[in-house]
Design a binder for this molecule. Structure first.
Ligand code: C5P
Length: 304
């Protein structure tokens, strides 16, 4: 086999509890991830030299001031390099073609998704023989969200986000995402969080009510439990997102929250039809770059 294709989902954080910054500069998290049906697709082809070449195809309007990095700065190339170092096979090479659908710099782990997909795909293509479990430490080295995207579904994230524990959950959820015309740097949002909380914050926890709502599988229970400790920091950098959240709630969203470090906003609908109504209300405000309907949970990075 000389080519493989991998599909990988985006994520939302149903809750994002953030603790006091650690000595290594990361923040301890208590989060619940959900993988959603918005996928990047990577086509990986073996090369007969040791080069790692990446091309990105997208129909997205990239937010102002952001670009998908090319060459060695692309996280997929970093994932490929890390995997071949780990395998002790520096002679391996690949062409990596990314079809990008997940919003860039939007708080939906688009870059992390591509890293997870590259690990899964090149492990197959290069005959690495590693299990998903074996790939986890490499994933964690590439970014805090990458291990979750190997798994997908719903899961608790601890540590700096990289420690994944499965949770009992039922049901499927209809989401609407409103993307922003400008991206946000995750590091900048965490730095703003530190500036706004100079005396530290309590240990982060996953709310019991949220876990209970997922066990029952009822979006009406889940809606009010959505939360994000980065909200104040994100709104401090992007005050206009407060209006977008208010529009969605006025239009009857069961819950509204900023996705990760933002600036994408996330709304929970009662059904697909209700999601369509919400999407129309959000699109008509003209504040969002794009409004996207999606469902979750879905599986993590998978060969197709
Ligand atoms: O892990 P990842 O590379 O995705 O993180 C990007 C940046 O976000 C980090 O360099 C750090 O500034 C911030 N971050 C953090 N605490 C976390 C996750 C990310 O401070 N738990």
């Amino acid at each position: 086999m000389s080519t493989v294709t991998v599909r990988v989902p985006a994520k939302v954080n149903l809750c994002l509890g953030v603790g006091r910054v650690r000595p290594d500069g990361y923040h301890p998290l208590a989060t619940v991830y959900q993988a959603v049906d918005l996928h990047d697709e990577l086509r990986l082809t073996i090369r007969d030299d040791d080069r790692l070449e990446v091309v990105v195809h997208t129909e997205l309007d990239l937010p102002e001031g952001t670009a998908v990095p090319s060459g060695d700065d692309n996280i997929a190339v970093r994932a490929a390099r890390l995997l071949r170092e780990h395998l002790g096979r520096p002679e391996l090479g690949a062409d990596i073609a990314i079809r990008k659908v997940i919003p860039v710099a939007g708080g939906m782990a688009g870059g992390s998704a591509d890293a997870a997909a590259t690990l899964v795909g090149l492990n197959e293509l290069w005959g690495g023989g590693m299990t998903r479990h074996d790939l986890e430490p490499l994933a964690a080295e590439l970014g805090s969200d990458v291990p979750f995207l190997l798994h997908g579904g719903n899961a608790i994230g601890g540590g700096r986000g990289e420690t994944i524990s499965p949770i009992l959950s039922r049901g499927s959820y209809d989401w609407v995402f409103a993307t922003s015309p400008e991206g946000l740097s995750t590091a900048a949002v965490y730095a703003e969080f530190d500036r706004l909380n100079p005396h530290g914050v309590a240990e982060p926890e996953v709310p019991d009510a949220l876990l209970n709502a997922l066990r029952v599988g009822d979006p009406r229970l889940l809606g009010p439990t959505l939360s994000n400790d980065l909200t104040e920091a994100t709104l401090s950098l992007r005050p206009e997102l407060a209006d977008t959240l208010a529009v969605g709630l006025d239009a009857g969203a069961l819950g509204a929250v900023i996705s990760g470090s933002g600036p994408t906003t996330v709304f929970l609908a009662a059904s697909e039809q209700h999601g369509l109504d919400l999407a129309m209300a959000l699109a008509s405000t003209g504040t969002a770059a794009d409004v996207i309907q999606s469902r979750g949970p879905v599986a993590g990075a998978r060969l197709i």
